[in-house]
Design a protein around this ligand. Structure first.
Ligand code: 6PG
Length: 262
């Protein structure tokens, strides 16, 4: 992550779609292209899914007849960028949202899905366990995709909250300063609860990061994150700056309406 008050010039693409539907189609095409490339190179594809509501439509689109036959899903391994500290069958669970919108519809083998074990006794144990699971997966399956001891996801999908958070990296929260561990239990003051989340080191080691943001309620924050002062403590989404990977912000017109570049 760039130090100091100014972000290092990072290579990023800002793609503005006229409607959420077109945004999802664009994101689905990126997903397919990145997956196809990864499977051709490594024979498998690793993706960390975003939670929240925005990606639901993308997940459903990928599982639709129109898209599902473009990938050998047996070669796709699913992880999660963050999770709420709730049981996996809770309505709040990011895992449950993904299971219902893409994993079950595609009949994904459970051995290809690595969720946060939020049923463990405490968030810290859940985070430690998940970091172990990710490190073990990459050590066993793809030593070449571990750099500086940090695994490299082919794709990380992220959303952004109106407060500038991404995954469960919320403004001024403790996990923002985690620069070694790849997973953390993060106390979220405003929610008065813990969340578990991957951290900037692993997000910034990804080969591709795609932010999905839609809706006018995100517009001010999108402009602040993409064109405003670099302040990742206040706007954690700014802290996602892939060291060598590709960063794409895929937004709709409503979320782009305050962008000077729009
Ligand atoms: C979560 C997500 C979170 C989400 C943003 C945007 O666990 O909720 O990881 O970071 O992406 O809050 O959420 P919406 O897509 O619902 O606006």
């Amino acid at each position: 992550m760039a130090s100091g008050s100014e972000a290092a010039e990072i290579v990023r693409a800002i793609e503005i779609a006229e409607t959420p539907e077109k945004l999802n189609r664009r994101a689905a095409e990126h997903f397919l292209q990145i997956a196809d490339d990864a499977i051709n190179r490594n024979r498998f594809f690793t993706v960390a899914l975003s939670g929240g509501s925005t990606p639901k439509a993308l997940y459903r689109l990928l599982a639709s007849e129109e898209y599902r036959n473009n990938i050998d899903w047996s070669r796709v391994y699913f992880f999660f960028g963050d999770e709420r500290c709730v049981p996996p069958d809770s309505e709040e669970s990011n895992y449950r949202m993904a299971r219902e919108s893409i994993l079950d519809p595609l009949g994904i083998d459970k051995r290809n899905v690595f969720r946060w074990e939020t049923e463990l006794e405490d968030p810290q144990t859940t985070a430690q366990r998940y970091a172990q699971v990710i490190h073990r997966f990459f050590a066993e399956k793809c030593k070449g995709l571990v750099k500086d001891a940090i695994p490299q996801f082919e794709l990380v999908l992220l959303g952004m909250g109106a407060d500038g958070h991404t995954a469960s990296l919320f403004p001024f929260s403790p996990a923002l300063s985690e620069n070694e561990k790849i997973a953390a239990a993060n106390w979220i003051e405003k929610l008065n609860t813990y969340r578990v989340t991957l951290t900037f080191p692993i997000f910034n080691h990804a080969a591709n990061v795609i932010f999905l943001a839609a809706g006018s309620e995100k517009a001010e924050t999108v402009a602040a994150v993409l064109e405003g002062k670099f302040d990742p403590d206040k706007l954690p989404s700014q802290g996602v700056q892939p060291l060598e990977g590709r960063l794409i912000w895929s937004i709709d017109m409503a979320a782009a309406r305050h962008l000077a570049a729009a």
